[in-house]
Design a binder for this molecule. Structure first.
Ligand code: GDP
Ligand code: IMO
Ligand code: MG
Length: 431
């Protein structure tokens, strides 16, 4: 059996592009689905058989029988949130223990990481990042500062002692930040209550397969198994190349898959970049094509652009091809997947940003260091003004929509290989 490569699904805007739907759609073609970065800051929506599922930590292949789902070393786990997700899945007569494997090296988000996240956001005042406050920044900080706790630690006798030592460090910091005990509340629960649930989660996870998943994946590739890696967040939230400091704390571009699963660059196969037919962003930070007018409102209302887990309204704007070319470059995207074009079915015209100007001068590149005062150069295209959600074949899509897709391919030099025309699994066309 020939050795396989790992294919990737990445979000190539600011997150919420529809990654979850596509991992679920494509999971039937793969044997293993693996998350490699981020944590419960993600909210991945899957829709089939009239039910909508939202996953935060669990890979989006979990509903497929006979598939294995790996939470890789690059992912952060909050045992309480994961426990809650596992409980929700059991309601569908699925035993997740049979389908899920945890890397022994995945780091844990402690309850006090979440408090630190809240304290740091509060300190930033109007410069706040708009974090999901799931503890992502502080937990990755402890990981890189070499003080974190890992899944492999939970089955060791000194786990509780290590936990208490790290918690004591955190509470010291919280006091230093003036974040006093009256504010030690997480998801409306006092710290002690959240902690008790957190340890229930730890107890459950200790019964799962906890493995050196880098070896597991290596053996799987050698055995010819097909592996799909599921990204979280989006490339413009990448800690290196995103709109820093308004980013998340992990590598959301293709590079994250190597460190987050322990595979070599030579083992990366196809790279699917998922993008919305317009742009959205939740939280603060630059957004060159943002709309503050009735068009933006229409995108938000018609697109249901409210956070999957937080319910926060998403900022909306036109598709930005300068940004898209940048993120395609960063990850070596081989295939594009477009989602949510159906949201614009009744738009008279659709605009696309093909360039920027600053101080009257054209800019060819997306430069995250220098986005202040940028003006998008918009090209107007004719709307298709036809419902596309029930269309089953690419050749039946309206002419104006196909022209819009061809325009994107021409400007990005990357084929749009898959078209999503609605949230359901079945509303998917292969070009
Ligand atoms: P993810 O974080 O990238 O997995 O995306 P989210 O789940 O946060 O947000 C995407 C939203 O768009 C979800 O509510 C999906 O059900 C929905 N969605 C995905 N594809 C389409 C599509 O083609 N059309 C419409 N109307 N909704 C879609
Ligand atoms: P999925 O996987 C959209 C945003 C937050 C905030 C910034 C930092 O569903 O696409 P963090 O909690 O990581 O400290 O937040 O990143 N953010 C997301 N936006 N989708 C996500 O995930 C996101 N995860 C984080 O809103 O601006
Ligand atoms: Mg999401």
């Amino acid at each position: 059996m020939a050795r396989t490569k790992v294919d990737l699904i990445l979000g190539i805007q600011w997150g919420d592009e529809g990654k979850g739907k596509f991992v679920d759609v494509m999971a039937s073609e793969y044997d293993i689905i693996a998350r490699f970065q981020g944590g419960p800051n993600a909210g991945h929506t899957l829709e089939f058989n009239g039910i909508k599922h939202i996953l935060q930590t669990i890979p989006s292949g979990i509903f497929h029988e006979g598939k294995e789902n790996i939470i890789g070393n690059g992912v952060l786990i909050d045992p309480h949130i994961l426990h809650r997700e596992l409980t929700a899945i059991r309601k569908f007569d699925i035993e997740p223990k049979e389908r899920l494997i945890l890397s022994d090296k995945a780091h844990l988000i402690l309850p006090t990481h979440r408090l630190l996240d809240a304290a740091l956001e509060a300190q930033k005042g109007d410069k706040k990042i708009g974090s999901t406050v799931k503890g992502i920044g502080p937990a990755y900080t402890d990981k890189t500062a070499r003080g974190g706790l890992r899944v492999g630690d939970i089955i060791r006798p000194d786990f509780k002692r290590k936990y208490e030592a790290l918690k004591a460090q955190h509470t010291g910091l919280l006091k230093h930040y003036g974040f006093d005990e009256s504010k030690w509340v997480i998801d409306n629960m006092p710290l002690a209550e959240y902690e008790a649930k957190w340890f229930e989660g730890v107890e459950e996870l200790s019964g799962y397969r906890i493995l050196a998943t880098e070896y597991y994946l290596e053996e799987a590739m050698n055995a010819g198994k097909r592996i799909l890696a599921e990204g979280a967040q989006g490339s413009l939230l990448d800690v290196e190349f995103g709109t820093y400091p308004f980013v998340t704390s992990s590598n959301t571009t293709a590079s994250g898959v190597c460190s987050g699963l322990g595979i070599s660059p030579a083992s990366v196969g196809r790279v699917y970049g998922v993008f919305k037919a317009y742009c959205t962003r939740v939280g603060s930070g630059p957004f060159p094509t943002e709309l503050h007018d009735a068009w933006g409102e229409r995108l938000r209302e018609q697109g249901g652009e409210y956070g999957s887990t937080t319910g926060r309204p998403r900022r909306c704007g036109w598709l930005d091809l300068v940004a898209l070319r940048y993120t395609i470059m960063l990850s070596g995207v081989t295939d594009l997947i477009v989602t949510k074009a159906d949201v614009m079915d009744d738009f008279e015209e659709i605009k696309v940003c093909c360039g920027y100007k600053k101080d009257g001068k054209p800019l060819a590149q997306f430069s995250p260091m220098d986005l202040d005062g940028i003006e998008p150069e918009l090209t107007a295209m004719k709307g298709w003004r036809t419902p596309i959600s029930d269309i089953k074949r690419v050749e039946d899509l309206p002419e104006a929509f196909r022209a819009y897709l061809a325009f994107i391919t021409e400007k990005t030099h990357t084929p749009v290989s898959i078209i999503s025309v609605g949230p359901n699994r079945l509303q998917t066309l292969m070009a």
